[in-house]
Design a protein around this ligand. Structure first.
Ligand code: NAD
Length: 237
């Protein structure tokens, strides 16, 4: 199950998991068309997929989604908390609404989804939370976003301690600058400056993040839990 999977990193993870024989639940909030296209694409390669609408920042909408998953699939093996937004502004100018929205969509959603999905997650299950380099280093104009992504890291480490006895691993991925709609919003000149600071001298791709998620979802990562894997081309070294 992947939240916010109608585009970007979530979409790439959904496709990569399907290629590796997973049945995929594609959660989306507004982009039904995008989610339906992915569902059809995955079914086209002979794998099971279903797109389910739910605003993950809304506890009750998540309840309804989990009930549907319980009915259709009976269990969840791998949960990827990927949904996220930015509303960048310096703290001086940041409104309460901009603070609350980013915290609710990026962080409270991880509580809403993980808490309610947990009864369906099996022994040897996997929980993968998409954090960000901003949660590790902070970022100018992103007090709300960086706080939400740092919160995800604390959540990940705490839950890994609670679920270890069930052999469920809980890890976070902290991407750097990745090409997606989210980073399309960054002005061209700013992206050029940021890219120059990346040792690998380019932005990452959503497929590269999906490869990391695939590793964490696989048996090959069975002794890794409570970790934050950076995938950033060396940015911040
Ligand atoms: P994106 O904007 O392309 O995708 C975000 C997805 O989240 C979309 O599908 C969107 O519909 C969904 N979403 C937003 N609000 C939602 C809600 N309330 N309920 C359900 N779904 C919702 O961005 P992306 O780059 O693919 O980002 C995916 C994740 O990766 C985010 O958590 C983001 O913070 C994180 N991330 C991205 C980058 C980057 O450089 N692109 C870097 C670090 C972390």
């Amino acid at each position: 199950m992947i939240t916010g999977a109608s585009k970007g990193i979530g979409k790439a993870i959904a496709l990569e998991f399907a290629k590796n024989n997973a049945s995929v639940i594609i959660n989306y909030n507004k982009d039904k068309e995008g989610a339906d296209l992915i569902e059809q694409g995955i079914k086209g390669i002979g794998k099971k997929a279903v797109a389910i609408k739910a605003d993950v920042s809304n506890f009750n909408e998540v309840t309804a989604m989990i009930e549907q998953i319980k009915k259709d699939f009976g269990r969840i093996d791998i949960l990827v908390n990927n949904a996220g937004i930015t509303m960048d502004r310096t703290l001086k100018n940041m409104t309460q609404d901009e603070w609350n929205k980013v915290i609710n969509v990026n962080l409270t959603s991880v509580y809403n989804v993980t808490k309610q999905a947990l009864p369906l997650i099996q022994k040897n299950g996997r929980i993968i939370n998409i954090s960000s380099i901003a949660g590790l280093t902070g970022n100018f104009g992103q007090c709300n976003y960086a706080a939400s992504k740092a919160g995800i890291i604390g959540f990940t480490k705490s839950l890994s301690k609670e679920l270890g006895k069930l052999s469920i691993t809980v890890n976070a991925i902290a991407p750097g600058l990745i090409q997606s709609e989210m980073t399309n919003k960054i002005p061209f000149f700013r992206k050029r400056i940021m890219t120059a600071m990346i040792p690998l001298k380019r932005m990452g791709t959503v497929e590269e993040v999906a490869n990391c998620a695939l590793f964490l979802a696989s048996e090959k990562s069975s002794y890794i839990t409570g970790e934050v894997i950076s995938i950033n081309g060396g940015l911040g070294l």
